[in-house]
Design a binder for this molecule. Structure first.
Ligand SMILES: [Zn+2]
Length: 434
């Protein structure tokens, strides 16, 4: 495949920009990058005309629970929502069918917004894996483990056994990377956190977990051990490079040193953190310390949207405001976190995250014809401050075009909306009992 008539933001180590650029792919890989001289050098089976759009590496959504889209716009303003509202609601309603339908819908939204890789943790994760394959995204998918009866387990910690089976089933897949996902330190005791970590080590897979998100989480570990959540996790030996921590809001300088030393991945979920009034993570410090930090949306009940474009604008604005300095977090740094940073957090930067020869062909074209996209003096600024997910026109994952002319080729999401309408009454009824 040959992609032409685009400005390429490579996100390589020099952050090279190639105007009127050309990218050539062979199957799933990028094999050449350059100017228009490449058009005559290759005989392409498929030519993608970018129509003067901006070609970037696919966005990485480093933390979500996409099937929760079934509950989007429900109970947004309920206090202590997670324990009082969300967990009971999930126990009543979440089953295989809901996860299958919800994950398909959520993955459609991610694809249309230019997300090519996402990390997800939920129940019945096998259904999420099937949806991921069907729509053609790359997913790091972890089955949730909690210390109570979950929708997919009749006993506490039942998720651990499911994980074992799930990892074996998907271990060698091209697009699905199975993972272990203990929900959080406060929903798993020390022994089970260590068991989950050992399973990830034994199977050589990532481990996904919410870390240092809640104020009651910090209080618990300070009270019990006089340690922060990060220090506690380090003390029980479960932090290393395979760990991807979502949120990491309540962390101090000592914690940041631990995260650096242990090469822990971080998903910074600014939209969900702000909406949940959880606090502002020290993301600018993390970036400058060269920690493995990417951006995440969190579940659509927490952050409501599943695209990374929305997050980029928020990250820039919230951190400038919070630090009282408009010069920090430049637009290229934000796009770096949204692409290569997410890839680093998930230990996939050898494969994805930048447009470089030898990497997987995961790329996105953002069109520049819409009214909000002109004029362009700085490509990064336009993407971070002016673009919205509906400016994404073409999405390529693993060398295959899955979105063309803003249309998803691999799924008809109109059919999914009709299916959702069938379950809405059930959801409303369950929610009204809480
Ligand atoms: Zn989450």
């Amino acid at each position: 495949m040959l992609i032409k008539n685009v400005t390429i933001l490579t996100m390589n180590s020099n952050k090279d920009i190639i105007e009127r650029g050309v990218v050539v792919t062979d199957n799933d890989k990028i094999i050449d990058i350059g100017g228009e001289e490449l058009i005559d050098k290759y005989t392409a089976h498929e030519i993608v005309d970018g129509e003067e759009g901006i070609l970037i590496p696919g966005f990485v959504n480093a933390h979500t629970h996409c099937a929760m889209i079934a509950f989007r716009s429900l109970g947004d303003d309920v206090p202590d929502r997670l324990k009082r509202y969300l967990f009971p609601l999930e126990k009543m309603l979440v089953d295989k069918e809901l996860v299958s339908l919800g994950s398909k819908y959520g993955i459609c939204e991610m694809a249309l917004g230019g997300v090519t890789t996402f990390a997800d943790m939920y129940y019945f994760e096998d259904e999420v894996a099937k949806s991921t394959k069907e729509i053609g995204l790359r997913g790091v998918l972890g089955e949730t483990i909690v210390n109570f009866n979950a929708p997919d387990a009749d006993e506490p910690y039942g998720g651990l056994e499911y994980c074992n089976w799930f990892i074996d089933k998907w271990k060698n897949d091209e697009l699905v990377i199975p993972a272990v996902a203990p929900h959080a330190p406060y929903t798993n005791d020390t022994l089970y956190l260590q068991k989950a970590f050992k399973l990830a080590e034994d199977k050589d897979v990532p481990i996904l977990m919410h870390i240092a998100e809640m104020d009651y989480e910090t209080e618990k570990y300070m009270h019990e051990y006089n340690l922060t959540p990060v220090q506690y996790l380090n003390s029980i030996g479960v932090l290393n490079s395979r760990m991807v921590g979502a949120h990491m809001i309540h962390v101090n300088d000592e914690d940041l040193k631990i995260l650096k030393e242990k090469e822990v991945g971080i998903s910074h979920n600014i939209g969900a953190n702000a909406k949940g009034a959880h606090g502002v993570a020290p993301a600018y410090k993390m970036y400058n310390m060269d920690l493995k930090i990417g951006l995440g949306t969190d579940g659509p009940m927490s952050g409501n949207t599943l695209d990374i474009t929305t997050q980029m604008g928020l990250v820039a604005k919230v951190h400038k405001l919070y630090n009282n300095d408009r010069s920090i977090f430049t637009a290229d740094q934000i796009l770096e976190m949204a692409t290569l940073g997410g890839a680093r957090a998930l230990n996939l930067d050898h494969k994805i995250g930048s447009i470089e020869v030898g990497k997987k062909a995961d790329m996105v074209i953002v069109e520049t014809k819409s009214i909000n996209m002109q004029p362009i003096y700085d490509y990064y600024s336009v993407l971070v401050y002016s673009a919205n997910p509906s400016n994404v026109s073409t999405v390529i994952v693993n060398g295959k075009v899955i979105v063309k002319d803003k249309t998803l080729l691999t799924q008809d999401y109109g059919v999914l909306i009709k299916e959702f309408n069938k379950i809405k009454d059930k959801v409303v009824e369950a929610a009204s009992s809480l």
